[in-house]
Design a binder for this molecule. Structure first.
Ligand code: PLP
Length: 289
């Protein structure tokens, strides 16, 4: 009998949102009548410019991608005014979360997050045998985070803003207050998967990688899956000081981003009109709530 790693008995697999095709097949309804709310995909669709680039790359599938990801890192360097050595690219920011967990966790460590937040933080921690600690509130409250940090000294502290699935955002001032009170022994992850939407709403909630670059133990995560409309391409990134990125890079498998995904993300980073349209729709919908 196969003896699986004992940590597996404690893990419930991530349940992804049902694809539209499956709902159509199951209920025999028109795909146009299905609105998928799970996974927070971009309702506008794929940028036509990105779609064209994907077609243009169709005959280059025999080539391995550029493992240095030079062009994509250049694009992100320009956007955020950081060096390419400050950037790690993952197959979705999900994969960067995995690199972080594998780099520091073991069965004697713990991670700290808010009461209700992105499911993968817990799954990656449990894969490493680490304990999961949660604050009482789903908001990221300074007192709750610092009390739990002081008591348990977790190796990773997650700040998800705007938070998935609750949608609330934490102000930059509060995030920085939490970061400053946490010792440099823990990695603080500022997960900005939905940051484009928060920034558009109120500048007090806008956090950029530059805001955290002075801290050697903090990493900012971003993704092309949401406002950039590339969920299916799987491209995300982490931005931090060079020494932290160098350690996390040891966890990265070669060619972890396909050439099509790289090309799509490079084009998406140039297509600012598409992102602005996504943000405008989001802002408009929020106002009708
Ligand atoms: C808060 C948060 N972080 C990270 C991710 C991972 O996104 P991706 O792997 O598509 O970049 C998601 C996806 O839904 C998310 O909601």
């Amino acid at each position: 009998m196969i003896k699986f790693n004992k940590v597996l008995k404690d893990i419930t697999s991530y349940e992804a949102g049902k694809p539209i095709e499956l709902v159509v097949r199951e209920y025999g309804i028109d795909p146009k009548d299905v609105v998928k709310l799970a996974s927070n995909e971009n309702p506008i669709g794929t940028s036509p410019k990105v779609a064209q680039v994907l077609r243009d790359h169709a005959d280059k599938a025999h080539l391995y991608p550029d493992d240095s990801m030079f062009e994509l890192k250049e694009a992100l360097s320009c956007k955020y005014e950081v060096k390419s050595e400050n950037i790690i690219i993952g197959a979705g920011s999900d994969q960067v979360l995995e690199f972080i967990s594998r780099a520091v966790l073991d069965d004697k460590s713990s991670v700290l997050m808010s009461a209700v937040t992105f499911a993968m933080y817990e799954i990656y921690a449990k894969q490493m045998g680490a304990k999961v600690l949660r604050t009482l509130s789903y908001e990221h409250k300074y007192d709750e985070f610092i009390e739990a940090y002081e008591m348990k000294k977790p190796k990773i502290v997650y700040i998800c803003t705007p938070n998935n699935p609750t949608g609330d955002a934490t102000s930059k001032a509060e995030v920085l207050r939490i970061i400053r009170a946490i010792g440099e022994d823990a990695i603080v992850v500022v997960d900005g998967a939905y940051m484009e939407y928060a920034s558009a709403k109120d500048q007090a909630y806008a956090i950029t990688p530059n805001d955290i670059m002075e801290f050697p133990n903090v990493i900012y995560l971003g993704t092309f899956s949401k406002a950039y409309g590339l969920g299916g391409m799987r491209v995300g990134y982490g931005i931090a000081q060079e020494a932290l990125i160098a350690q996390l890079s040891k966890m990265r498998p070669p060619f972890n981003i396909s050439s099509l995904s790289l090309a799509a993300a490079i084009e998406a980073s140039k297509d600012t009109d598409f992102v602005e349209e996504s943000i405008a729709l989001h802002t408009q919908e929020i106002q009708t709530l």
